[in-house]
Design a protein around this ligand. Structure first.
Ligand code: ATP
Ligand code: MG
Length: 260
């Protein structure tokens, strides 16, 4: 899975686009619209780490861990050793739970309406997750468990929780700085911002993989591009990809798409 000093993404076509994979120990962004495949891509990245015996953490802010577990079943990946931190509305457990131990017997809890999260009254006693509290927790966890790969799914959801934290951009940038100082390779998932708008994360990330969803007369088509990759050459073409029953497959052999 190693290619020079780079580490695999878990997706052969992505490795090819990144000329070998990720430079380890740095934060990267995976951006795209809803349903593009961001969560699947990031779980594939963690699975690649697990296969190499690395310790991996998934921070779940968008969906409950049992729902993640159920959704990933179709791919038949061995994720038993994956640690999942449930950070859905508060840090319920301060310990991540190995996915193997997460019960899927109950119906997955319904996603809390986004509006409900935003309307939450400022209650400083609640154990709500903020960028700051997550950073503190990660600091402890990285020391204790020595995670090598971490996914934050998503930074967008995390930012909704801390609307009352003024200077949101500063908080986010300090979080990014913290991640780049720690030795972990991290993927930060971002909802695609409005065209032309640059999220604060983009400046400090060492790279950005962007997923695109287009519609034509035959249905939805997915494409991927590497928007930025500091310190490395990379493929600048836009390639189509599919979500198959073994996960994301980037079709680097097909003629690159003209433009997205
Ligand atoms: N087993 C599967 N086989 C094929 N395609 C699947 C499978 N499971 C999910 N998909 C496709 O992947 C999409 C979801 O991918 P994923 O959850 O990674 O998206 P996302 O970018 O994280 O979306 P969101 O921003 O809503 O979290 C689904 O909408 C569906 O089109
Ligand atoms: Mg997702």
């Amino acid at each position: 899975m190693m290619s020079g000093t780079k580490i695999g993404t878990g997706i052969p076509g992505m490795d090819k686009m990144l000329h070998g994979g990720f430079v380890p120990g740095r934060p990267y962004i995976v951006s795209g619209p809803p349903g593009a495949g961001k969560t699947i891509l990031s779980v594939q990245f963690l699975r690649d780490g697990l296969e190499g015996g690395e310790r991996c953490l998934f921070v779940a802010l968008e969906e409950p861990p049992n729902e993640l577990k159920i959704n990933m079943r179709a791919f038949r990946w061995n994720l038993d050793d994956l640690d999942v931190l449930d950070a859905n509305s508060d840090i319920r457990r301060f310990e991540p739970t190995p996915i193997l131990e997460i019960s899927t017997e109950e119906e997955p809890t319904k996603m809390r309406a986004l509006g409900e999260r935003i309307r939450k009254t400022p209650d400083f006693e609640s154990k709500e997750v903020t960028v700051h509290s997550l950073q503190q927790l990660l600091k402890t966890l990285l020391q204790k468990k020595g995670y090598q790969r971490v996914v934050i799914d998503s930074m967008t959801a995390l930012k909704y929780f801390c609307m009352r934290e003024f200077e949101e951009a500063v908080t986010t940038q300090s979080f990014m700085r913290y991640l780049s100082e720690s030795k972990v390779t991290s993927l930060l998932i971002l909802e695609l911002p409005e065209e032309g708008e640059v999220p604060p994360e983009a400046f400090l990330a060492r790279g950005e993989i962007r997923l695109h969803k287009l519609r034509d007369e035959t249905g939805i088509k997915r494409f991927v591009s590497v928007e930025k990759y500091k310190g490395s050459s990379h493929d600048e073409a836009v390639y189509p990809f599919d979500i198959t029953n073994s996960g994301i497959v980037v079709n680097t052999n097909t003629k690159p798409a003209m433009a997205v």
